[in-house]
Structures are given as structure tokens and as C-alpha cells.
Design a protein around this ligand. Sequence first.
Ligand code: SAM
Length: 249
Amino acid sequence: MTQSVKFDKLAATYDAARGGEGRGHMTAATISPHLAPGSVLEVGVGTGVVAAGLAALGHTVRGVDVSQPMLEVAAKRFDGELLLGDGMALPFEDASQDNVVYVHALHLMPDMASALSEAARVLRPGGRVVVRHGDPVADSDDLVLILRQVQGMQPARPDEPAAVRTAAEVAGLQMCQQGLEPEYESGMSPETFIALIVNRQVPFLQRLAPERAAEVVEPILKQLYALPEPQRVRRQAWSCWLTVAQKQV
Ligand SMILES: C[S@@+](CC[C@H](N)C(=O)[O-])C[C@H]1O[C@@H](n2cnc3c(N)ncnc32)[C@H](O)[C@@H]1O
């Protein structure tokens, strides 16, 4: 399944499953301090939650995505420029952008080094690439412990820090910084998590082959049903990787 088709199907439920505008605003606040002066292009803008958060912080933001249904949701919350387009062939002139941002999107590009080379092409000298990437991590609670087991069963993600650093260097970008940084807070009860799993709305199930997903779901659901206080919301502070790189001046 192509990324476009996959996200076309998820558009209607994406915000409810992935933290919605609350997450978008928190993530935007972690990106904003690293931007070069000027406007922001978000590649893989999705439903626009991060773009809307950056706009609320005063940035001029535009977004590109391969999925028309995701862009239609974005257009309802965000009045910046939104374009149907591929991160591998951005619909912009050379040196026309001040910043290119990816939030949990770089790993979906067919090749991270080629995607970042395309970002480098459209960036002006001194322009920046800011990437939030990798599996989110949080302090242990009973839900996080179950989620961690599931993360361990998945195929390795391409956007682990060393690979993103190498891709940026191959693209001719200069590394500014890389680290595991707080990104957003969320709250979830076992009951909500069970509903997301049953409806196949959680990202980890979407990355597993369908036959493997069926094997994984049953023992996970069993553990979730056994948790005490199924309606009590557990709050978690999630960290992800932040990589910042710059086009040479
Ligand atoms: C996990 S979502 C993240 C959306 C948004 N950045 C957020 O944090 O909510 C990834 C998005 O990347 C888009 N995408 C996947 N491959 C793409 C590509 N090659 N070019 C542009 N967008 C792409 C998907 O359609 C989807 O909307």
C-alpha cells in the first residue's frame, strides 16, 4: 500500500488517534526555537495540527502532503498554503524556502537521504531542516509498559538518530544538533487504548504485516483488559528525537 493510500484511509480518524491539536501545539513549541528567520514548509503536513500550532506562534507556514484527504482535514483548521505534492519532488523553486520541517514524516519517504537532498535544494543558504522523529518514549506506567512490548515487536524504524544524521550529511546539510527531547504530553485510559487497537487506529498495528498484527493483538488486549481502573486516564510526557541541520551559507 502506498503512503498516500494508507493515509487517505486514516484521515477521518487520525486526529483522535494521534493527539490532535493539543499535540500539534506542543510539538510546534518544541520546533519553533530552532527555526531560521522566515517562513516554514512542513513536508507531510497531514491534518495540519503542527502547522496550525506553528501558525499560532506567529510563523508563516505552508504544507505539502501526498494525501488529498489528509489535506482536506488540514484545510478546515489552517488557512496557510496547502499543496498536494511529494516530499521526494517538492513543488518549489531552488532556494525558495527558509525552513523545512518533518514531524513523524521523514521515515515515510522512500529514501531519507534523497528526501533531505530535496529539502536542501529548496532551502536558501542558512535555511534549516528540523525533524521530529523516532518512536516516542515515556516514563513507565502500566500502559507504557504494554506499549513498549509492542514497539519491540515492530520492524526497525528507518528514522533512528544515526540514520537521520547520515541522511542529512549525505544531503550536504550541516548538523546543528540532535537529541532526545520532550515533545508532547498525552492522556489515555486502558479503555480508550483498547478501542484504538480494536479499530486498528494505532500506528504500531499499521506498521505490522496483517498476519503478524493478528498474532500481536490478542495477548496485548488480554493484558489491557486485566489492568485496574480501566477508565482512569494515565498521563504521559513523551520524548522523541529532534534533529536540526542547516544549509551551508
Ligand atoms: C504520521 S503523518 C504526520 C502528519 C503531521 N506531520 C503530524 O505530525 O500530525 C505522516 C504524513 O506524511 C505524509 N506523507 C507520507 N509520505 C509522503 C511523501 N512522500 N511526501 C509527502 N507527504 C508524505 C502522509 O500522507 C501523512 O499525512
